[in-house]
Design a protein around this ligand. Sequence first.
Ligand SMILES: [Zn+2]
Length: 285
Amino acid sequence: MDGNLFAGIGSMGLEGISGLNLYGDTKDSEAAQEKVQTPEDIEREMLFEKSYECPCCFSTFKNHSLRTGKAKLASVDLDLHQKFDNIEPLKYDVVSCPHCGFSAVTRFFTPMTPTQRKTTLQMLRQGYIPQDEPEGIYDYEYAVSRYKLALACDVAKNAKASEKAYTCLRAGWMCRTYKEELQHAAKPEPAKVVQVKLLENEFLKNAYEGFIVALGKESFPMCGMDEGTVNYLIAALAFEQGHYEMSSKMISTILSSSGANPRMKERARDLKEEVLSAMKNCPNP
Ligand SMILES: [Zn+2]
C-alpha cells in the first residue's frame, strides 16, 4: 500500500481529491480563500442590478441597488442618520437614468406631470452627457454628483420643499460618511476632508431650511415621516447648526405632543440635554 488513503479514487472520477489530507484543517484553506475579499468585494456583494423605467424619457435601464436585508445597522447619529457595517447605502439611493439624466432619490423616482417632464427635459438638454453605469461600486465623488443631479432635477420639476430637503438631507448624511472615511484613511488628505465637510454642512443647512418651509405648508406624513419625526429632525439639524433657540422650540413641541411616539420623545429628551449644555457653554450663539 502506498500510504495515501485516497490514491486510486480517480477510478471513480475524483482524481482531484487523491491528495486529500485526512486530518488537515479545512478551516485554514477556507480562511485563506475568504481573506482575499477587499472592502469593495464586500460592498459589491450587497448590490444587485435593479431595472427601472425613466418617468422622463421612458427608457428602461439598470442601476446598482442594495439587496434587502444585506446591510447590518451599526448605530444611529443624533440627527437620525443610520450607519451600517461595510457600506453606506445612501451611495445607492439616487436613481439616475443614463439616457436623459433624470435623477431622483429612490422614494421620488416616480411618475411626473407633463409640465414637470417638460421643464426637466429643458434643463437636462442643456448639456447632459449620457453615462455608462459603472461596473464596480460607486465611489463617493460619483455618488455626490448623482445627488447634485437629483437636486437639480428636483428644482427643474418644481418639487415640493420637503422633497428637495429630503434629497439634501440624504446627500449631507452621505457626505458625513465620506468625510469620516477620509479621516480614517491610511493616506491623509486634510484639504479633501475640509472640502467634504463644507459640502456636508451646505447640504444639511439646505435640508434644515427646506423642512422648515415644508412645515408651514405641507401635511404629514412628509417623505414617509410622521410629524414627531420631522419635528425631531428639525430640532437635531438646528442643534448641529448652532440654532439652539429653534432646537429648544421644536423639542418642546415634541415633548408636549400627545401624538408623538415614545421613542422620539426619548430622543428629544436626550437632545434637550445636549442643547442645554451647549447653551451654557455658548450663551449667545
Ligand atoms: Zn431618462
